[in-house]
Design a protein around this ligand. Structure first.
Ligand code: NAP
Length: 316
C-alpha cells in the first residue's frame, strides 16, 4: 500500500524525521523554492501536514491543499495554525499535550529560583574571579514561603502549582472559572489585577488566544509592583512587552524570567541590557525524553488517523 503524502513545514531533529519518513511520503516545504509550482504538482496528493507549534500552518497552505485531512502539531500551542481555515474544511488539528507538561513546569520553577536567587549573576561573579577579591556576593531574594499567582491553571499551570506547594508557597490562581484543585487552599481570584496585587510572583501559564492577548498589561504589572517578579513560560502574546520593558527599566517591577518573546529568536535588545531579567531560548519542552514523547505523539496522531479515521489528541 502506498504511504500517505505529508507536507512537512519545518525540520524536526534528524532522528525524529527518520521515523516520520519511514511511515509517510514527506514533502519538505522548507526546501521548496517555488511554492506555486510545488502546490500545482503535488498539492492534490497531500493528505496531512506535520509542523511545529512555532511555525503553525498558514491559510495559504491550507487552501493550496484540496485533499488535506489532518494537521499534526509538534507542541502544545496551536495558536499559529489558522484554525478558522482548518475548521471551515473539517480538517483535524492535533497537538502534543500532557507529555511536555512536567518539563515546562520544571523550567518555570528553575527560572523562578534562578531569577530570585540571582544564580546566573552569582556564577558569572565566580567565573570572573570576584569571589577572591570581594567580601561576598550581594544578597538576593528568598523563594520559599512567597505568595504565588498563577495565571491559567491548565495542565502546565497546575503542574507548576504542585511543584511550588513543596516550597511552602501560598498559591492563588485565575482561570475562566474556579477549579477542583489538588490542595483545598489554592485560592481562585477572578481578576488578574487583584491576583497581581496580592502576589509576590506572577507566573503566566495561559493559552494564547485573541482573548488572552496582553492580559498582562501595564495595569497588572503596576499591581505586581516594585518587589514583584514575573515569569512567562506560555506565549509572548499574553504579556505586553513594551509595558514590561518600561517597568523593568524604571524599577516599577523587580524582575522577570522569560522563555518566550515577541519576534523570537530576534528578541528586543532592551531585554539583554537588563540585569533583572533572566532570558531562556524557548526551551520549555526541550529535553531528549520529552521531545521523543512529542514525536511519538505526532506520529501516533497521523497513524491512528490514517488507519482508523480518528486522531488521538485533536484540539477540537
Ligand atoms: P491548557 O491546559 O490549555 O491551559 C491553558 C490555561 O489558559 C487554562 O487554565 C485556561 O483556563 C486559561 N485560559 C484560556 N483562555 C483564557 C482566558 N480567555 N482568560 C483566562 N484564562 C484563559 O494549556 P497548557 O498545556 O497548560 O499550556 C499553557 C501554555 O504554555 C500555552 O500557551 C502553551 O502554548 C505554552 N507552552 C509553552 C512551552 C514552552 O516551551 N515555553 C511549551 C509548551 C506549552 P481554563 O482552565 O478556564 O480553560
Amino acid at each position: 500500500m502506498s504511504k500517505p503524502h505529508i507536507l512537512h513545514v519545518v525540520p524536526y531533529p534528524k532522528e525524529e524525521e527518520t521515523s516520520l519518513e519511514a511511515r509517510f511520503t514527506l514533502h519538505r516545504l522548507y526546501e521548496v523554492d517555488n511554492k506555486a509550482a510545488f502546490y500545482k504538482e503535488y498539492g492534490a496528493t497531500i493528505r496531512g501536514i506535520s509542523t511545529r507549534a512555532s511555525a503553525g500552518v498558514t491559510r495559504e497552505t491550507i487552501e493550496s491543499l484540496p485533499k488535506l485531512e489532518i494537521i499534526s502539531v509538534y507542541g502544545v500551542g496551536y495558536d499559529k495554525v489558522d484554525l478558522e481555515a482548518a475548521k471551515a474544511r473539517n480538517i483535524i488539528v492535533t497537538n502534543t499535550p500532557d507529555v511536555l507538561t512536567g518539563d515546562v513546569a520544571d523550567l518555570a520553577v528553575g527560572m523562578l529560583l534562578m531569577l530570585s536567587r540571582r544564580m546566573s549573576q552569582a556564577e558569572q561573579w565566580v567565573h570572573s574571579g570576584n569571589w577572591v577579591n570581594t567580601v561576598s556576593f550581594p544578597l538576593s531574594r528568598r523563594v520559599h514561603g512567597k505568595r504565588i499567582g498563577i495565571l491559567g491553571l491548565g495542565r502546565i499551570g497546575d503542574a507548576i502549582a504542585e511543584r511550588l506547594s513543596g516550597f511552602e508557597m501560598q498559591i492563588a490562581y485565575t482561570s475562566r472559572q474556579p477549579k477542583e484543585t489538588a490542595a483545598p487552599d489554592w485560592e481562585f481570584v477572578s481578576e488578574v489585577v487583584a491576583l497581581a496585587e496580592q502576589s509576590d510572583v506572577l507566573i503566566v501559564a495561559l493559552a494564547s488566544t485573541p482573548e488572552t492577548q496582553h492580559l498582562v498589561n501595564a495595569e497588572v504589572i503596576e499591581a505586581l509592583g516594585p518587589n514583584g517578579l514575573l515569569v512567562n513560560i506560555s506565549r509572548s502574546s499574553n504579556v505586553d512587552e513594551t509595558a514590561l520593558l518600561n517597568a523593568l527599566e524604571s524599577g516599577a517591577l523587580a524582575g522577570a524570567a522569560l522563555d518566550v518573546f515577541e519576534g523570537e529568536p530576534n528578541i528586543n535588545p532592551r531585554f539583554l541590557a537588563l540585569e533583572n531579567v533572566l532570558v531562556q531560548p524557548h526551551i520549555g519542552s526541550a529535553t531528549t525524553e520529552t521531545r521523543q514523547a512529542m514525536m511519538s505523539l505526532v506520529l501516533a496522531n497521523l497513524e491512528q488517523y490514517f488507519e482508523q479515521g480518528e486522531a488521538l489528541t485533536p484540539v477540537y
